[in-house]
Design a protein around this ligand. Structure first.
Ligand code: UD1
Length: 430
């Protein structure tokens, strides 16, 4: 099993290019089945989740041509099945975007129930409520969500909670419904806006994405398009916190600063300097970090996907910080691992009480999920001595070339497969 071997203690310094947003690319790939014409997608991250989705789409007959590592052309004109059931698709959350996309286009879809990171109860009641409001029948049977409709008709839908997935799914189905759909209490995340822009570039009529009321006037059909996915806000935030925890100096390139506002605000509160330009940001940390309190919230609040990374930083700050995750109730599984590295953290329900320690020390720890895994890598990079991070397949779901990008900033990190590789790494690093 692949692992990362890390020797911590080096400040990370340099520039790193941020890739396309995984959470925007996934619904955009799924939505490309909504036209018979060819779609060209650029700035697509080459990560496990996007590749799993592409494979599942290939299995139902979506023609694909990878024109570069980050670009693909897709043509769904000859789909041969509306049932998506391959084994891998169950492992990723975004599999359910094929429901909204295929229901919209074909008025029928059957997709294996989604998996994804085990970070809490990930209900889909709001997706189902939205599909039903548009006139679809929805049943869950033999592990599949099955949806069918004679026709979809626009509706006024009030989401009971702010859900990225439900907003995206209902928006896709409503794009090809008759009449107007209004989604109230919609998610405002940048990837929701990116999908709306993508659909509009295919001829959809969606207004208000990025606010909490989205209006979708149904259109009869969509056409081909060329589209560039937005930069990944969470990948950028992770590298910005890598600067904070290693007392480094990192420039993240190819970012949209607006999407990083809540992250920047926290970096400044904990004592980092942040410099901002049109499409890059620089984070410099020179002193011991200060404490702060954090509550994760839907965008534009502090993202739950950055909660483990900031907690790892606060674990090194001077004093006590409180971190509350209001989105997912099981997102502190990394805390036990961080405690092995010397952190002093107590979790009570959805809150972590963090008493900062002066330093972490290297340990063998395992990644419990995607973002927590990346956060533990940051912890290991700041720690004294060697660490081994197990279960890195989680990290590979959402970070492209993570060890290589960190190496380019001066990190001592290597992908290893065995104890022998670890010994070699130790000999090389010294
Ligand atoms: C997406 C992101 C994930 C991020 C999360 C919140 C993708 C592939 N994943 O996940 O990285 O952490 O947004 O920003 O984009 N809920 C319900 N009923 C529903 C749907 C959601 O109760 O029908 C609840 C969930 O349990 C959770 C909250 O709403 O407590 C937010 O979930 P949601 O925004 O839907 O997250 P995902 O789309 O699964």
């Amino acid at each position: 099993m692949d692992q990362y071997a890390i020797k911590g203690g080096n400040p990370l310094v340099g520039e790193v290019e941020i890739g396309g947003a995984k959470n925007a690319a996934l619904p955009i790939l799924a939505a490309s089945v909504m036209t018979d014409e060819t779609v060209y997608i650029d700035n697509m991250p080459d990560v496990r989740d996007t590749n799993v989705l592409l494979k599942a789409m290939a299995n139902i007959g979506v023609m694909q041509k990878r024109t570069g590592r980050h670009s693909v052309t897709l043509n769904a004109g000859n789909i041969n099945s509306l049932v998506v059931e391959d084994d891998n698709i169950k492992k990723i959350r975004a599999s359910y975007y094929l429901i909204g996309a295929m229901l919209g286009k074909y008025k029928h879809a059957e997709v294996a129930l989604p998996g994804g990171c085990d970070i809490g109860c990930r209900a889909i009641d709001q997706h189902i409520k939205g599909f039903r409001a548009l006139g679809a029948e929805v049943i869950i049977e033999y592990g599949l969500i099955k949806t069918k409709a004679e026709k979809l008709v626009g509706s006024h839908i009030y989401m009971d909670c702010v859900s990225v997935g439900a907003t995206i799914n209902v928006m896709m189905a409503a794009t090809l419904a008759e009449g107007t759909t209004i989604i109230e209490n919609a998610a405002k995340e940048p990837h929701v806006v990116d999908l709306a822009n993508f659909l509009n570039s295919m001829g959809a009529n969606i207004k208000g994405a990025g606010t909490d009321v989205i209006r979708i006037k149904g259109v009869e059909k969509l056409h081909g398009t060329e589209y560039t996915v937005i930069p990944d806000q969470i990948e950028a935030g992770t590298f910005m916190f890598a600067a904070a925890v290693t007392k480094g100096d990192i420039v993240v390139k190819n970012v949209i600063p607006k999407h990083l506002e809540s992250i920047v605000a926290k970096l400044i509160e904990i004592g980092c300097e942040v410099e901002e330009a049109d499409d890059w940001m620089r984070v410099v940390a020179t002193k011991r970090l200060k404490t702060t309190h954090v509550k994760t919230l839907p965008y534009p609040g502090f993202p739950t996907d950055m909660q483990p990374q900031i907690a790892v930083a606060l674990g090194l700050s001077q004093g006590t910080s409180i971190v509350t995750d209001t989105i997912f109730e099981n997102r502190f599984k990394y805390v036990d691992e961080l405690i092995r590295m010397g952190a002093n953290i107590k979790v009570e329900g959805t809150t972590a009480i963090i008493d900062g320690v002066e330093k972490y020390t290297g340990a063998t720890i395992s990644a419990p999920d995607l973002r927590a895994g990346a956060a533990l890598v940051l912890g290991a990079l700041s720690a004294e001595g060697y660490s081994v991070i197990e279960d890195i397949h989680y990290i590979e779901r959402g970070y492209e070339d993570f060890p290589q990008k960190l190496q380019s900033l001066g990190a001592q990190i290597e992908l290893i497969e065995s104890e022998r590789d670890l010994q070699k790494f130790k000999l090389k690093i010294g």
